[in-house]
Design a protein around this ligand. Structure first.
Ligand code: SF4
Length: 351
């Protein structure tokens, strides 16, 4: 089997999303990653020098940052710039803008859904929507909270599909802003449970959502809390979600949101002082480690999650394409857990 066919098969294996579009996006991404390594070497040499500047002059507390953290992290960031991942298209923080677009289309008489395949056609419009801070109102914030509540034990594409159906359903029923606190409070538990049955633990989450909507209506003036303590007091919301909600809804970053990809990668790369599987403990360790680098607290989540969804996945690591797999004149760090058998097979031309 040729290398390109081999890569495509590996992509399918590692694909978290089942849609052909995202498979195609990933396939194109990996080709871009491969080509880019050859084509932009001069450019990356300059960036690597910049990385070294970033790792110096940071004060005493940086002594707890492992030597390989910044070189590896910055190289992952460089790779991420070349690839579009599920978290970039339909991750929870992207959902309110997608729903905003659906509302606009609905107001113009378009009641069709926007499939995941079609999202790349709307990226410019979505960016404009996201960049206009006036759009981030209490409806946007509530929808962000709901999609994050749904996200645990639910694949991104299912979450997007359920959120879109729910939103369109409420628009059709006459709610100007679609999914909102009022629409949830006017929905029975059974009806809501039926509408969200595709998401993980839907019955429990239907309960949580109705209860949360009541609390937000009665205690928060039909808006969502603007601090982490009140957020994590809501049923089904933990620190991982709470920090993403605070960042997306209130532009506040007071902690790091850690998901399973981050736990896996941080342990694999020996970035933590000890092996740690509990996401909340990983969050605390990362926050201590990056106490002088709060500018990374928000970005580290999408950088690592996207990398874990596409290049270094739990079921099909792409060491053959990953820039961390070898040291050469342009790369001065190496991943500690390279799949050497895979590289050997590729070098031998085996599939
Ligand atoms: S295990 Fe492979 S794909 Fe993952 S970071 Fe290391 S070299 Fe890259």
């Amino acid at each position: 089997m040729s290398q390109s066919k081999y890569f495509k098969n590996k992509i399918k294996l590692s694909n978290n999303l089942s849609t052909t579009t995202v498979t195609k996006v990933k396939s194109e991404n990996t080709e871009v990653l491969d080509q880019s390594k050859t084509q932009s070497r001069t450019k990356r040499v300059r960036k690597l020098q910049h990385i070294k500047l970033e790792t110096t002059d940071d004060g005493d507390d940086d002594s707890i940052i492992p030597d390989n953290f910044f070189p590896m992290y910055n190289k992952i960031k460089e790779m991420r710039k070349l690839i579009t991942t599920p978290v970039d298209l339909i991750g929870c923080v992207k959902i309110p803008a997608l729903l905003f677009l659906i509302t606009k289309r609905f107001q113009n008489g378009i009641t069709d859904e926007i499939s995941i395949d079609q999202i790349p056609n709307h990226l410019e419009e979505l960016k404009l929507i996201e960049n206009n801070k006036l759009n981030i109102d209490k409806f946007w914030r509530f929808q962000l909270l709901v999609t994050l509540l749904f996200s645990s034990q639910t694949k991104d594409e299912i979450n997007y599909q359920v959120m879109q159906n729910l939103h369109l359903n409420y628009l059709i029923k006459g709610y100007k802003n679609g999914l909102c606190i009022e629409s949830i409070l006017n929905t029975s538990y059974n009806e809501l449970d039926q509408m969200i049955f595709k998401i993980g633990f839907h019955s429990r989450k239907a309960n949580y959502l109705i209860e949360t909507s009541k609390i937000l209506h009665e205690n928060f003036n039909d808006d969502i809390p603007n601090n982490i303590n009140d957020l994590i007091n809501l049923k089904g919301i933990g620190y991982k979600m709470g920090h993403l909600i605070l960042q997306g809804a209130w532009n506040e970053t007071v902690g790091i949101s850690v998901d399973t990809h981050m736990v896996r990668l941080c342990n694999m790369f020996n970035w933590l002082p000890k092996n740690e599987k509990n996401p909340d403990n990983v969050r605390k360790l990362l926050e201590i480690m990056l106490i002088n680098h709060k500018d990374l607290w928000m970005e580290i989540n999408p950088v690592l999650v996207g990398f874990g969804q596409t290049v270094c996945t739990p079921i099909g690591r792409r060491c053959d394409l990953c820039w961390l797999s070898k040291i050469d004149e342009f790369n001065d760090v190496k991943c500690p857990v390279i799949d050497k058998k895979l590289l050997l097979r590729i070098n031998r031309g085996e599939n």
